[in-house]
Design a binder for this molecule. Structure first.
Ligand SMILES: Cc1cc2nc3c(=O)[nH]c(=O)nc-3n(C[C@H](O)[C@H](O)[C@H](O)COP(=O)(O)OP(=O)(O)OC[C@H]3O[C@@H](n4cnc5c(N)ncnc54)[C@H](O)[C@@H]3O)c2cc1C
Length: 404
């Protein structure tokens, strides 16, 4: 029988397996991933990884491998204007360090992160079963029996669902969600530009939603471009000329000539919060527990915080000789994480509603607020600490860079 079975071999599932196995090597840990073995190599996207999350990756021993591919965010600017405005006044600027030489976030190509986490799984002896999905499970007193799409059956003391925002396991466990659709989609595309970005990230609040420019290595940037869903679908399907013209209207000319590289994809955006994170011998982590708007680039970082809290809860229970699947133990994890994820879900929801519109009095009020923050250095450093995840009082040990 396995001790912990993780369903979903995305960033959160892989990190959960590594965190537990590294701290408790005697536990039998396995990951099941529906996608074929090489699918992850085709992901051309990148994610903003905050300082606290990169500390956890350091403890895993994978950050040195990821770092050469990661672009530090050294500065951030925020504007608020209409798409057609010739000049975008800057309302807020942040210097991107939480401490000397420590950027508040890095932009990390997903391929580099998943590749490094998969390498750690291999070194720790964690099996990853590919190309099979979890189709059903049954919970008994001392174990959970999971059935896979190839008909095989696995038995485990604890089942951890990291199967993404449309989690089937969450539904099978009877856990309800609060959820709504924003009617917006996030177009993700990489662009190459003539001049260097110098590590500066930009968030332009435009009436249809935020347009984020996030720095990558080698004069490239990753864009998260929010539009109303029908417009986003039209843009993704448009020919290169139309797409690049629309892109230039939003991006501007300050980095010289632009070229969109590779795939463009639109992700429908919504808010999904699970009403419970645990059930007997069952826990949710990552997007399976909370899918939020990418306005603040925090979705995956919240998932990494789940991983650190869940691993600390399980490993401490195991060291005391307690049953890691018992609901009393798992409730500690739920208490630790539910309020924080709810707060972040609500914050991103409010920010999106506040900024994704062109209502004049709302615009005046929000720009006044941004200007005020810009003039108060203490408030600014508070926000940077929050965004970097280093200021949180409830941080699990892994996010403080300490082994469990
Ligand atoms: C446009 C956009 C931009 C974003 N940018 C950022 C950012 O900059 N920073 C940030 O922190 N977050 C960002 N996010 C959020 C981030 O992408 C998600 O939070 C993250 O992908 C969640 O990881 P996960 O492992 O929980 O889920 P997923 O990445 O969805 O992985 C789930 C895995 O489970 C597998 N699976 C599903 N069902 C089964 C099954 N039944 N059996 C077996 N396997 C299964 C899937 O194949 C998949 O590999 C962004 C999101 C969007 C939409």
């Amino acid at each position: 029988m396995l001790d912990m079975l993780v369903v979903g071999g995305g960033y959160v599932g892989l990190a959960a397996a590594v965190a537990v196995k590294q701290a408790a090597p005697h536990l039998q840990v396995m990951v099941v991933e529906a996608a074929p073995v090489t699918a992850w190599k085709k992901d051309t996207r990148a994610s903003a990884i905050i300082a606290a999350a990169s500390k956890m990756l350091e403890v895993f021993g994978v950050w040195d491998e990821i770092k050469p591919e990661a672009e530090p965010i050294t500065r951030m600017i925020v504007t608020d204007s209409r798409t057609s405005d010739p000049v975008r006044p800057v309302f807020l600027t942040f210097d991107g360090e939480v401490a000397e030489g420590q950027p508040f976030a890095h932009m990390v190509p997903n391929v580099a992160m998943v590749g490094a986490l998969r390498g750690a799984c291999k070194r720790l002896g964690i099996t990853i079963r590919h190309g099979v999905s979890a189709t059903d499970f049954k919970t008994e007193d001392a174990s959970v029996t999971l059935t896979l799409s190839d008909g095989s059956v696995l038995e485990t003391r604890l089942l951890v669902a990291c199967d993404g925002v449309r989690s089937k396991l969450r539904d099978m466990a009877g856990i309800k969600t609060v959820n709504w659709d924003y009617g917006q989609s996030g177009i993700v595309v990489t662009v190459e530009h003539e001049r260097p970005h110098e590590g500066c990230a930009e968030e332009h609040f435009l009436p249809s939603g935020p347009f984020a420019i996030l720095p990558l290595k080698n004069n490239r940037s990753s864009l998260v471009w929010t539009e109303r869903t029908p417009d986003a679908d039209r843009l993704v399907a448009a020919d290169e000329l139309v797409f690049e013209e629309e892109l230039e209207r939003r991006f501007g000319h300050k980095l010289g000539a632009l070229r969109a590289l590779g795939d463009r994809r639109a992700f429908p955006l919504g808010l999904t919060l699970a009403r419970a994170f645990v059930a007997p011998r069952f826990a949710l982590a990552g997007d399976a527990a909370h899918g939020i708007h990418p306005i603040s680039g925090q979705g995956l970082n919240l998932g990494f915080k789940d991983v650190a809290a869940l691993a600390e809860t399980i490993v401490e229970a195991d060291r005391l000789g307690l049953d890691i699947g018992s609901i009393n133990i798992l409730e500690r994890y739920q208490t630790w994480r539910r309020f924080d994820t709810f707060r972040m879900g609500v914050t991103t929801d409010v920010l999106n509603r506040l900024f994704s519109n062109d209502i004049a009095p709302v615009r005046v009020a929000r720009d006044f607020g941004l200007g005020l923050v810009d003039r108060l250095p203490k408030l600014k450093s508070f926000f940077i600490g929050q965004a970097a995840g280093t200021a949180a009082r409830d941080n699990p040990r892994l996010l403080a860079g300490e082994a469990i």
